[in-house]
Write a protein that binds this ligand. Structure first.
Ligand code: GLV
Ligand code: MN
Ligand code: MN
Length: 410
């Protein structure tokens, strides 16, 4: 390992993560949706920690926190997000923010190291109001109109109203200063079983999946559930259920080795036990890092939906509401993580794609980007039982800080 004066402090990393865990604590995880009181508290907490790392920053007009440094030399941007999914895990997001803060504490205050780590917390990575709104705003991909149109997916509250209530309305949004950073580094829990299953401490991310999302609406005929004979029904709910089953049968004929698909929500209208649903809406998602595969799947989805609608006496509309943007991680960043893991984690790392979406895929559109994973116990995430061994958290922090040091000195 290179010579340096300051060291990664595992105890400090764990203490900070546990402080955040107490904000919006829910069972063994957290409930910290975007712009909730505990989320705003976590952002203020981070702002208060920045000076410890020689950084200054504020919450901007979209809820991003960006800590900037006045130190001379190259700048590396690092971070993740502080909000959570509803009733979910304590590490999805905060791990990457605290690793970034730790790297900044170790590197920025060391006069022997040329350059600094700048820390970011990107707002709404978890998509309560949109997708990647904070990081997309930073790269210049969010308009005022997008914000006017955004609503909280849990309670339909307009984002403008929420920003007002949070005291953030009218604040400027920070936009990337092109050329300021040598790149962006993010750490995250793996949220899968690859590392744990092979007893490896570090994942070197090669690519991040794109996420395509569809709203599929069947329209049939609402009618009485007791008096309408089975042969006379046009049941939109049944059509929706058939669609899920047929997708599962036929998608494997054209999917790739790592394609995944999920129906995350089915809404039946009017949704009452004695009424045949006249309308059914599905939120359906496909993930892959190869757009050509998703193109084939989308064509198949439309074909299946049309067949099922005809067989069920319904009409159907398939609307793509999100288009995936997969990202490749930078080769130099991958090498730096691998070398740092070799120094700090006995070389126990593996190159792997990410099936989860991350802000790094947005930052990768304007600068070189890299990601590092640490193991997730039983691969559980987006659930309050999400966890990682303290020893893995601390080792990950050491590898992260060493990676930053290597990137800044290369
Ligand atoms: C991010 O949380 C995702 O859903 O991949
Ligand atoms: Mn995350
Ligand atoms: Mn997540």
């Amino acid at each position: 390992m290179s010579n340096h004066h300051l060291k990664t402090e595992g105890a400090r990393v764990l203490a900070d993560l546990n402080t955040l865990r107490a904000l919006g604590a829910y069972k063994t995880g957290v409930h910290r949706p975007t712009f909730s009181e505990p989320h705003l508290h976590s952002l203020q907490w981070l702002v208060g920690k920045l000076p410890e790392a020689g950084l200054a920053g504020e919450i901007d007009g979209i809820g991003n926190v960006l800590g900037t440094s006045a130190k001379a030399g190259p700048k590396l941007l690092a971070g993740s997000h502080l909000e959570s999914q509803n009733f979910a895990g304590w590490l999805d997001g905060p791990l990457g923010v605290i690793y970034a803060l730790e790297a900044a504490r170790v590197i920025n205050l060391d006069p022997g190291i040329d350059g600094a780590v700048e820390v970011a917390s990107w707002c709404d990575e978890e998509g309560h109001f949109g997708h990647f709104l904070g990081s997309r705003s930073y790269v210049g991909d969010v308009t005022e109109h997008d914000i006017d149109a955004a609503r909280d997916r849990t309670n339909a509250r307009p984002m403008r109203e929420t920003l007002q209530a949070a005291g953030l309305a009218g604040r400027p949004r920070k936009i990337a200063e092109r050329g300021r950073h040598i790149g962006y580094l993010e750490a995250h829990i793996e949220q899968g079983r690859t590392l744990e299953g092979s007893h490896l401490g570090i994942g070197v991310v090669t690519s991040i999946v794109g996420i395509w999302q569809y709203q599929i609406t069947f329209t049939g005929e609402q009618n009485h559930a007791g008096t309408t004979r089975m042969k006379d029904r046009r049941d939109a709910g049944l059509a929706a259920a058939r669609l899920c089953v047929v997708i599962d049968d036929r998608f494997p004929t054209v999917s790739g080795p790592r394609t995944v698909w999920t129906t995350g929500r089915i809404t039946l209208d009017p949704g009452a036990p004695s009424i045949i649903p006249g309308r059914a809406e599905l939120l359906f998602q496909i993930r892959d890092d190869n757009p050509a595969i998703v193109e084939r799947l989308e064509a198949l989805l439309r074909e299946i939906a049309t067949e099922i609608a005809a067989a069920s006496g319904c009409s159907v509309e398939v609307e793509r509401i999100r288009t995936g943007k997969p990202a490749m991680m930078d080769q130099n960043f991958q090498r730096a993580i691998e070398e740092a893991a070799s120094d700090v984690a006995d070389g126990k790392s593996v190159h792997m794609p990410s099936g989860a979406g991350h802000d790094a895929q947005v930052l990768a559109t304007i600068m070189p980007a890299g990601m590092l994973f640490v193991p997730s116990i039983d691969g559980i995430s987006h659930h309050w039982n999400e966890n990682t061994d303290d020893a893995d958290i601390v080792r990950g922090a050491e590898v992260f800080v060493e990676t930053c040091r290597r990137l800044l000195s290369s």
